[in-house]
Write a protein that binds this ligand. Sequence first.
Ligand code: SF4
Ligand code: SF4
Length: 266
Amino acid sequence: GFVREQVCFYMCPYARFQAVMFDKETLVPTYDYTRGEGENGRAHLGRELKTREDRTTKGHGDCIDCGLCVQVCPTGIDIRNGLQIGCINCGLCIDACDEIMDKQGWPRGLVRYASELEIETKQKPHIFKPKSIGYGIAILVVTALLVYGIFTQAKMDFSVAQVRSPLAVMMSDGRVQNSYEIKINNKLIRPLRLDISLNDLPKGELEIAGSNKEIVVPTDGYTTLLVRVKQPMTTRGAQQTFKFVLSDKDGELPPTSMSTTFNMPR
Ligand code: SF4
Ligand code: SF4
């Protein structure tokens, strides 16, 4: 889009995580400057710089400064300038450089997954160190929590919003009516047939608005109900807490309840 690689630099959290977790033994796409630069730096493929031997004699490394690794980089990084925060570890610069090395008939890996320490000392990084074991344990714990969350999530949930205009209506029979909008989510792979009832409102009477009094929530979907609750007038301005209870008619799910309030007119 319009902002392009600026998203990678400033908005994507991946780079920030990488910066925190990074150390000298972290494997990342890396330019091997010890091989690429030589004593006199990188150089184009000139007339007398076509073979590795000629280049070594003249103090140049294997980087022919073709710029392909920069051209393919989605965030516009020149990997030869070292690790940068915008690198998304896509590895495109590695493939591009390997292609150039293949064409030259030189060994691959001028740009490769390597650690800073490996480039400096030529030693392979230690994989099993306290930091990586700690990260491994943290990833296992988070994965276990995620799996636990998926398998134990409620198969049905609902929310209740009281209709506030008007909050309470005085009926001709002397009772007071409050209305509620109830949104029910069904996460089962079958339609959910439900009963609705009141708890802690002994004199309350419940009515589902509209002609369809059956509550059927479609598979993996939701439905919204408007319900009215009526009960005799008590003290003006009084509030009473009660619960809506939803019960699965097929008996698979336990009843689920949600608290709300009944308001008398002021
Ligand atoms: S091409 Fe990919 S791996 Fe290479 S520097 Fe750019 S973002 Fe990083
Ligand atoms: S692709 Fe390889 S040879 Fe070409 S500029 Fe990049 S590092 Fe150098």
